[in-house]
Design a protein around this ligand. Sequence first.
Ligand SMILES: N[C@@H](CCC(=O)N[C@@H](CS)C(=O)NCC(=O)O)C(=O)O
Length: 345
Amino acid sequence: MRTFRTGLLVGLAVAVAVGSAAIVYERYDTKTLKRTIQRDAVLCGVNTGLPGFSSPDDKGNWSGFDVDFCRAVAAAIFDDPKKVQYIPLDANERFKELQARKVDILSRNSTWNMSRETSNDLYFPAVSYYDGQGFMIPKARDIDSALALDGSKVCVQEATTTQLNLEDYFRTNNMKYQEIKFGKLDEALRAYESGQCDTFTSDVSQLYALRLRLSKASDHAILPDVISKEPLAPVVRQRDDDWMMIVKWTLYAMINAEELGITSKNIDEALKSKKPDVMRLVGTEGAYGEELGLTKDWAVRIIRHVGNYGEVYERNVGAGSKLDIPRGLNQLWSAGGIQYAPPIR
Ligand SMILES: N[C@@H](CCC(=O)N[C@@H](CS)C(=O)NCC(=O)O)C(=O)O
């Protein structure tokens, strides 16, 4: 009788353990690649509208630096950069929508920090753009340093690191300010333009992009001060390592391609190269792409359809674009910046 009861209890304990393991398994999504392939498209969460980073044209075609990153992931998987569905997400909804599996990747000027990973079960695989926070003011204010912003009325978007850094900066420097916060970017920008605030703050790259949306861009100056570190990165859910690896190595393939001088224009010559590091990148030696669950030529697909990191930077936000943001920290490590990809080998 006793043994029977013990047996029952053991059985019950095993059932509970198996049951909760199943719940844990359910909670953590490990099938992003499989679902992406089944639906024949990457679901890409982007900004609602930042020229140069992600914005739609009249026909609803998206373009920009963050958009190109999703195109690169689609190229690596499908050999077709068009297999992406763009889902515009504002600052507040972005992480929730990623957690709820509404998107496969967030590619949307999101700063990598500790609490965003630890408290949201998310993962930022690698930095795509090293940014920092700055200020934009009407030139008529005639101010040339952020330390002269005492008493300003600052427009800022909620649910951003921007809002937190703003508070830190004014507190640290013993300056007063009035914060006027908005849930939507359009509202914040309109408030700034209408004079409701005399200062606008966001990541410097976004200031360049947003200035283009003002009716008289040349009336506004971006102050030289950079008050924070904003490592912007794609974001994925934790514990889907196969998917995370694809996202991470897509970016690293683009950075390595630039370092090796491989571009969308000379990719066919690169396929004939006998240089070992080029051969590993383009898949004429080794099977690195297959180990990602993709094909040997995964990086060739990325470079051919989208380009290397430098090409993507220049055409969207650099010298070849209206934003004309200097490469700065986003230059390769071998050219004075800090963009650095681990080797493919
Ligand atoms: N990098 C910062 C700021 C990102 C952010 O969301 N910035 C705003 C202000 S420019 C934005 O992009 N808003 C666009 C939107 O909500 O659609 C963060 O990750 O919190």
